[in-house]
Design a binder for this molecule. Structure first.
Ligand code: COA
Length: 186
């Protein structure tokens, strides 16, 4: 599996991924998939490129962010990954640097760890040395993935809908935690 940038060359594969997820009725994660839908494919690719450069982002609190597609050896898209380049207060509390989802038909096969580790490497390559990932307390598969990828748990948060959000840090070059409760970097 590898992460590739969104490309027009994988239009059919992306539409398969998008429609499969859509047909389940499940909310898209990362929700950027719905914020920038593929109805005009070239426009979607252009827009995602702009987001990477911090341009024309329609959501006030969202910083520049990079989207990747995790593809297998047959070019099937297994996952869409969105990496936020820095944390706003909202992301620090509830979202983290990495948002991703595994397409429904590919779940339960142990692929999330591979996708998450590739995403972590990308985040490091983008210069993020301390990566935060957040999951809902009741999202057991997500939580187990973060734990088995070596996440160090920080304090939890409760959002406006009373959901408990568990927060895990991944420190580049070792998992030495100098102070447990991280502060948002300005
Ligand atoms: C969360 C998600 C990425 C997990 O992917 P997955 O392919 O289902 O998970 P995997 O098969 O790789 O399993 C990961 C771990 O969760 C466990 N797991 C998987 N499905 C589970 C389930 N239904 N109940 C309990 N544990 C489960 C696995 O045993 C494994 O744990 P282990 O590493 O301790 O053995 C996937 O369910 C998903 O895309 N959900 C919707 C979007 C989302 O929640 N994204 C993450 C938040 S940013």
């Amino acid at each position: 599996m590898l992460l590739v940038k969104p490309t027009i060359n994988l239009r059919k594969e992306y539409m398969d991924y998008y429609n499969e997820w859509k047909n389940t009725g499940e909310a898209s994660i990362p929700w950027l998939v719905e914020t920038v839908p593929p109805h005009d494919f070239e426009y979607m690719i252009k827009t995602l490129n702009e987001f990477e450069n911090g341009l024309h982002i329609p959501i006030k609190w969202l910083p520049s962010n990079s989207t990747y597609w995790a593809v297998d050896e047959s070019n099937k898209i297994i996952s869409v990954v969105n990496i936020r380049h820095k944390l706003t207060q909202k992301l620090f509390d509830f979202g983290g640097h990495i948002g991703y989802g595994i397409c429904p038909s590919q779940r339960g096969k142990g692929l999330s760890k591979e996708v998450f580790n590739l995403s972590l490497k990308k985040a490091n390559d983008l210069g993020i040395d301390e990566v935060l990932a957040v999951c809902h307390d009741n999202n057991i598969a997500s939580r187990r993935t973060l734990i088995s990828c070596g996440g160090l748990e920080d304090s939890y948060r409760i959002d406006e809908n009373k959901n408990v959000l568990r927060r895990f840090w991944f420190i580049k070059g070792g998992n030495e935690f100098d102070s447990f409760e991280r502060q948002i970097q300005s």
